[in-house]
Design a protein around this ligand. Structure first.
Ligand SMILES: Nc1nc2c(c(=O)[nH]1)N[C@H]1C(S)=C(S)[C@@H](COP(=O)(O)OP(=O)(O)OC[C@H]3O[C@@H](n4cnc5c(N)ncnc54)[C@H](O)[C@@H]3O)O[C@H]1N2
Ligand code: MOO
Ligand SMILES: [Mg+2]
Length: 624
């Protein structure tokens, strides 16, 4: 996704301020920013200030220090008029001048640029540019800097992140308590106004485009593919279930290792045909017979026992009858073969199940119980598999308390997301580190995230990703950790504010899923985004969920967003295909809508022509 840039526009003009003239430059700049294809914008309302040095400085500081915009464009006050003082107001508060940018503007707008004294530079992580007052000049100047803005904003954010880390590192001799009010990330956060802008300046529209589900999934997979290495580990046979083999496994020995009988009966020479045989002895599974067969003799044999030398067929006991026996011991002496045997009848040749040196399980195989049995029979008791990522789970929210809390204090909610997500991942073979519950507070979230990023490959957070002034997850990921948000909203219900970011932490790329706090939304998005991604990281080639068509039992009203509607499947409805019914009220807070569900029905978004989906229609369902 292209960078999203928070923009402020400051019009400097006595006449506009006094409403003696209508401002045209502010709306012109807003339109240019809105329509740029180079980056995504979030534009604050245009502000206007008179040509007064102190007032201009104060207005600029509000944009840079209080709100923390990425880009501030001022228009007006750059000329030689006696009241023109924008450069004088801005110059002293710039941290750094950007002479090259100004030179480019001056060169490309010559000779008009002779009349403009505007500056370009940065303060904190805001890029400030002074344009002249006319809409025409604003358009020309904007076109010159437009291609570079996104890159400059990236650089400003990254440099600020590095400063944040430096601030955050405690000096070794520091004796302060080290809590969030001391030398912690809280101090560093003061450098990040956009992490906590005054509530009045919060986003009123989400700056994040609404990404279709499949596109969002593709973005997560793309990030998994770009992770530097897939780790491989050696595990014991008993730990192998559902893991993915990281190498071909070959058999050393043949199976069976000897010619083995398939039946309980008699080992014979097939050339002897039907008729009587003298019983020379017996060959039992586990105890080899030394006897060698001669003409018209046989050896009693059990299933799985070695076939003695000289025998080339086994006749099952059902195809024989007793002729004579020893009265004292009850031993058989002579039997009769009733059906002429064929050569090799009922004998498993050496290596007929497994050839020595052959591949018995190939790289990429998901190890199931039978595969483990194959390895066991081959004497392979440890194997190389793809390592699982280290996954951490952090609940966020001032209202969230651990399930043990009783009685529940007023205004609090017991954490259910932690349990549902931990168990969902566990059921799929992934273990999870509990990273606790973080308050909706920049310091608390920063230290919880820092710990998470330090210790985990994948961090899953729930809550704090929507539009509330306490929803800080996205801004902290970007402003404190220099993360890249690949998507911040998904076109789906539930799960609209689902967020996916990558963070470069100590040189390692970490994946961060910011799932919505609503319990159903967190569960659905964990199944749709987190699980496939973890499976891909763990080496699965078949990492997506299973989709089965089912017939709708009832009519369902469609939502403006594509819905993942919870359903109960009837496999034995008397039809040759499954039938599915809704679990009822689908509000995202109602965990009961998913606790009894087997599937998620994939329903299309409502259209003018189609507000409902009828009973009897076949729909895709995702098996939970
Ligand atoms: N102005 C707007 N408001 C909201 C929008 C929007 O687009 N514009 N989106 C709504 C949608 S859709 C969702 S989903 C939620 C997501 O909100 P957040 O991810 O920011 O989550 P919170 O606000 O922190 O909490 C939402 C809800 O979930 C409960 N919760 C949170 N964590 C847990 C937990 N661990 N266990 C149980 N319940 C939890 C929390 O108490 C809230 O009731 O935003 C809408 N708002
Ligand atoms: O997307 Mo929210 O998850 O509708 O409730
Ligand atoms: Mg919220």
């Amino acid at each position: 996704m292209s960078a999203w840039v928070r923009c402020g526009i400051l019009v400097v003009s006595d006449r506009c301020y006094r409403r003696e003239a209508v401002d045209e430059s502010g709306p012109c700049l807003a339109q240019l920013l809105r329509s740029t294809k180079k980056f995504t914008t979030d534009i604050l309302p245009v502000e206007c200030v008179e040509d007064d040095r102190e007032k201009i400085t104060a207005a600029v500081l509000k944009f840079t220090d209080t709100i923390g915009v990425d880009l501030l464009i001022t228009s007006g006050g750059t000329g030689f008029g006696v009241r023109d003082c924008t450069p004088e107001a801005v110059g002293p508060i710039l941290d750094r001048q950007a002479h090259g940018m100004m030179a480019a503007i001056n060169q490309q707008t010559y000779p008009n640029s002779i009349m403009s004294r505007g500056l370009c530079g940065t303060r904190k992580n805001t890029l400030i540019v002074n344009f002249p007052g006319s809409p025409k000049a604003c358009s020309e100047c904007f076109a010159i800097i437009e291609p570079k803005i996104s890159h400059i904003i990236d650089l400003l954010r990254n440099s600020v992140t590095k400063i944040a880390k430096a601030h955050h590192e405690k000096p070794p001799s520091c004796s302060c308590g080290g809590d969030s009010t001391g030398h912690g990330a809280g101090d560093a956060l003061k450098n990040f106004p956009q992490a906590q802008p005054g509530v009045a300046f919060r986003h009123r529209k989400s700056p994040f485009p609404v990404t279709p589900v499949q596109e969002a999934q593709r973005m997560t997979f793309e990030q998994v593919e770009s992770l530097s290495t897939t780790r491989v580990g050696t595990i014991k046979l008993a730990e192998g279930l559902d893991r993915i083999l990281a190498e071909d496994v070959r058999a050393v020995d043949a199976l069976p290792p000897f010619r083995a009988s398939i039946k309980d009966g008699y080992a014979v020479k097939s050339a002897d045909g039907e008729g009587e045989r003298r019983v020379l002895g017996q060959s039992h599974a586990g105890s080899e017979s030394e006897t060698k067969l001669e003409r018209d003799t046989c050896v009693r044999i059990t299933t799985g026992a070695p076939v003695p030398d000289g025998a080339d067929a086994v006749v099952q006991v059902e195809d024989t009858e007793l002729v004579s026996h020893d009265q004292q011991t009850g031993e058989e002496l002579i039997i009769r073969i009733l059906k002429a045997p064929k050569p090799n009848q009922d004998i498993r040749p050496i290596g007929s199940d497994i050839q020595p040196g052959s591949v018995v399980a190939s790289k990429g195989t998901k190890i199931n119980p039978a595969c483990l049995g194959v390895l066991a029979t081959c004497g392979i008791t440890q194997m190389k598999v793809f390592a699982h990522p280290v996954v951490g789970l952090l609940s966020t929210g001032d209202e969230i308390v651990v399930p043990e809390t009783s009685p529940l204090p007023h205004g609090k909610i017991r954490d259910s997301n932690k349990t549902v997500l931990t168990m969902t991942l566990k059921k799929n073979g992934f273990s999870v580190t509990d990273l606790g519950i973080a308050k909706d507070d920049a310091n608390a979230l920063t230290s919880a995230l820092e710990n998470a990023l330090e210790n985990c490959d994948v961090v899953i957070l729930t809550g704090g990703v929507s539009m509330g002034e306490k929803d800080l997850v996205k801004s902290i990921l970007v402003s404190v950790f220099g993360g890249t948000i690949h998507f911040g909203r998904v076109f789906m219900k539930p799960g609209l504010p689902t967020t996916f970011a990558t963070v470069d932490f100590n040189g390692k790329k970490k994946l961060v899923f910011g799932l919505p706090g609503n319990p159903v939304s967190a569960t659905v998005t964990c199944n749709l985004f987190v699980l496939p991604c973890l499976r891909k990281m763990a080496g699965f080639t078949d990492y997506m969920y299973t989709v089965v068509k089912a017939e709708l039992k009832e009519r369902i009203n469609l939502d403006p967003r594509p819905e993942y509607h919870r359903g109960v499947i009837e496999w034995n409805s008397g039809k040759n295909w499954p039938v599915v019914a809704s679990t009822g009220n689908q509000i995202s807070s109602r965990l009961l809508s998913i606790s009894g569900a087997h599937v998620l029905l994939c329903l299309p978004a409502k259209r003018d022509s189609e507000a409902t989906i009828s009973a009897g229609e076949m729909v895709d369902t995702i098996i939970l």
